[in-house]
Design a protein around this ligand. Sequence first.
Ligand SMILES: [Zn+2]
Length: 273
Amino acid sequence: MARQLSLITAVDGNQHCADCGAPDPVWGSINIGVAVCIECSGVHRSLGAHLTKVRSFQLDVLDPGTLEILFAIGNTKANHVWEATLGPEEKPIASATREVKNDFILSKYQNGSFLPPALRGPQQQFQEAVLEAAKEGNAALLAASLKVADEKGEMTATEGDALLPAMFAAAAGGHEAVLRLIINEGNVNNLAVCDMQGNTARQIAGEAGHETLEKILEDAILAAAAIAAEEAARAVVAAAKAATEAGGATEAMSATAPGPGHPLRPPSAVTPP
Ligand SMILES: [Zn+2]
């Protein structure tokens, strides 16, 4: 644990909170890739896990894939993106009130107010920025783009004339953290997409000799298949249950219909006690 913390805090910029500059942060967001102080972590938590996933670097055991993302981003690179258009005097300091920090963090991550123009621009510009991030292995930019992808529709990047999910560029370039971010938050259906030559992202990674990435994609395909199988099994169980209930209802209806054993039956048929 101590080693985990020291490795994370060694990343560029992680010696101070990404949002208020307080020293020695031990909390962080594992999908945005920043280290934050305990107070700012509380604000992050209030934004919801769909936007920022908060963990303690001291108390939570982080898996190697998560650490890979944290090592690839860090506060300096993340702020280069999330605070691209922020003036130096606009950022709160460690002694600022919680309300001030709260407003800032909301503007920064929820509204994306200080993101680079490319990520806030029209669809095509956004897609080009995503493709560039995936190609270069710019995990900080990619992580931010995944947060605005919802508003921009499916995250599909342009490569020449073809439209391909950004995971293809990450797989070809061998960028592990970028690929993990895409798989964690992207569209699982993209795992089955083929390029013009009929290759999936997994095959692209394999052909390029990126064994680790090939394995990551393979695991993601298996995980997606397991989820799909579980959903299908659950649907069968639900259908069987509904059929049983429908059958039971028919029986119940016939049981309440007038017949022998009902008050309409002649009194003589009643067995004496
Ligand atoms: Zn802070």
